[in-house]
Ligand binder design. Sequence first.
Ligand SMILES: *Cc1c(COP(=O)(O)O)cnc(C)c1O
Length: 373
Amino acid sequence: MTDRKPIFVTQPALPRLEAFTPYLQEIWDSRILTNGGAMHQRLETALCEYLGVEYISLFCNGTQALITALQVANLSGEVITTPYSFVATAHSLLWNNLTPVFVDIDPGTLNIDPARIEAAITDKTTAILPVHCYGHPCAVQEIRKIARRHNLQVIYDAAHAFGVRDTTGSLLNHGELAVLSFHATKVFSTVEGGAIICHDETTKRRIDQLKNFGLSPDGNTVEFTGANGKLSEIHAAFGLLQLKSLDEALNNRRLIDQRYRTGLSGIPGIRCIEGAGETVANYAYFPILVGPEYPLNRDKLFAHLAAHNVHGRRYFQPLISSLPMYCGHHSSSAENLPVAHRVVEQVICLPIYPNLEHESVDFIIDLIAQAAV
Ligand SMILES: *Cc1c(COP(=O)(O)O)cnc(C)c1O
C-alpha cells in the first residue's frame, strides 16, 4: 500500500460554493422551488443552444427520462438493445412491459453491432434502443437504414454522450428520441437529472405532460398515466452554474485522455478504445482493454491498481444479460453475445475527471507499464 490519497474513477467538478449563492437567492426570492420555474426554463433554453438541439425536456433523472421516452414512443413487444451498458437501459424496457432482445457489440466501438441487428428482428419488434457507450457514437446511419427498412423506431440511450458531435451536428439529434443523464458521475450534472431530446413540439408537449402525472396543459384534468419526472429549481440552477465551466472541464478531460493514450501506447496487450466518428468528443470515460499479451489478467491488474489506491471500475460487468431478471431471455445466452462476454472480462475504466492531476495520470500509467515488465 502507498500513502497516496485514493483516486476514484470519477469525481464531480464542483463550482465554488459562493458562486451558487446568487442562484439560491433568486430561487428564495421567487419562492418557486419546482414545477417548471424560471431556472428550469433557463436551463432548457441554455442546453438547446449549447448542445445544438431543438427540443429538450428536463427530468429528475436519466432513468425516469428513459422510461418516459419509451412510453411516449408507444411501443409494444420486443425492443432490440445492447447487453453492454448500465442496467437502467434494460430496466426502462421492463418498466414499459417491453421485452429486451440483446444483440452483441462491435469489438471496435463496443456499441451494438449493426450487422447483427437484422437477424434479431421478429414480427414483434417495434424499436431499437442503442447506447452511445462511453460517449462514442453508434453506427447511426446504418441503424437508421435498418429501422426504416423494418418500420422501427430508434431511441438512443445517450446518457454518456453529452456534447458529442458528429459531421451532422449534435449526436443527440439521431433517433426519434435521445435520452441524457445528468447524474453526478456524468460529464454534465444537475446532481440528479436527465433529459429527453425530441424533434417536434407536439412530442415535447406530450413528454412534458408525462413527466407531470399526465396532467393536461391547463392542469384541469388528467389525460395520460404519467409519473413525476420533474427537475427542481435547485437542480436546474446547479446545471446552469455548471454549464459556465463546462468547456474548461471538457478541455481538461481532453488533455487527460491524450496523456493516457500517449503513455499507454507502447504497452503490449493494453488497448485504448478509439473514437467512432465523433468530430467533438466528451472524454467521459477512459476504458482500456487488457488483452492476453499483457502479463496480468484484467482482475490482477485491477487489484494491482487498487493496491496503490487507484480505483478504476469494471464497467459494464456483469453484463445486463447476465443479471437475474434478464438471464432467462433467449437472446441472453453467451453464444449469442461472444464479443460482449470477452470485452467485459477485459475492461477497466481508468480515472478521468476535470481536476485529476497530470501527475496522478502519470502515476497510473507507470503502474500499468511496470506491471508489464
Ligand atoms: C447513468 C446512466 C443511466 C441512468 O441515468 P440516471 O440519471 O443515473 O438515472 C442510463 N443509461 C446509461 C448508459 C447510464 O450510464
